[in-house]
Design a protein around this ligand. Sequence first.
Ligand code: ADP
Ligand code: MG
Length: 247
Amino acid sequence: MISLEDVTVAFDGFTAISNVDLRVEQGEFVTIVGPSGCGKTTLLRTIGGLEEPTSGRVRIDGRSPEAAQTNADIGFVFQQHTLFPWKSALENVTFLRKTAGNAPEADAARALLRSMGLEGFEDARPKELSGGMKQRVSIARALHLDADVLLMDEPFGELDEITRDELGVEIRDLWRRERKTVVFVTHSVPEAVFLADRCLVMCGQPGRIEATFDVDLPEPREEDVFGTRSFQEQVAQVRQTLHENYA
Ligand SMILES: Nc1ncnc2c1ncn2[C@@H]1O[C@H](COP(=O)(O)OP(=O)(O)O)[C@@H](O)[C@H]1O
Ligand SMILES: [Mg+2]
């Protein structure tokens, strides 16, 4: 369980996020949507211990983010892949687990790559892979860490729309099987609704959580959900909240 109590983060007097209270339950998929600059990345980095709150408190299963990270309990996926260019897809997936002090399991890593549609590309270097494939490797790497908490910062941000939709379906499906606790940041409203159990709308500045939507969509969530009236209505509600608060 992730909890933030009255968290404020300021950089040299500039307040990026202010007085954020948030609880994410074990196994919950939460998305955060908001315009550029409203503090989404800052919030996610603070949850992961990459930024320190100026005031307030962050806990992950009762521990500090630093302790959770040391224990390899947090997996990150960023907008720009952070793969080692000289390592193969498979080596990239196993490497992080190794540095975290866990024995890499090549078979499990292969299975993850397969489940991400990358069978046959285990030995390929990042430069031989498309943008979507590199993000799939990054996601497989985060999953291979076997962390309970996955923090994703616009992981599909640089991908074309079709690939985004496809990866969205895959991520939701993976989550259904693995039940990780996921906090997923995006500026795409449809993506935020499609993926979430709960969608938080952030507005700035300083960034704050303006509204929370419990998403109600049938499972498993597949491409046909995008065309349903229920989905479109929920997207419209979130969008309206964003527009009402857009300064
Ligand atoms: N390390 C930093 N130093 C100074 N300002 C920062 C830093 N990181 C983010 N900011 C500022 O905080 C605000 C929120 O940024 P960010 O969290 O990246 O927003 P988002 O991810 O929603 O686009 C922006 O105005 C940004 O310029
Ligand atoms: Mg950002």
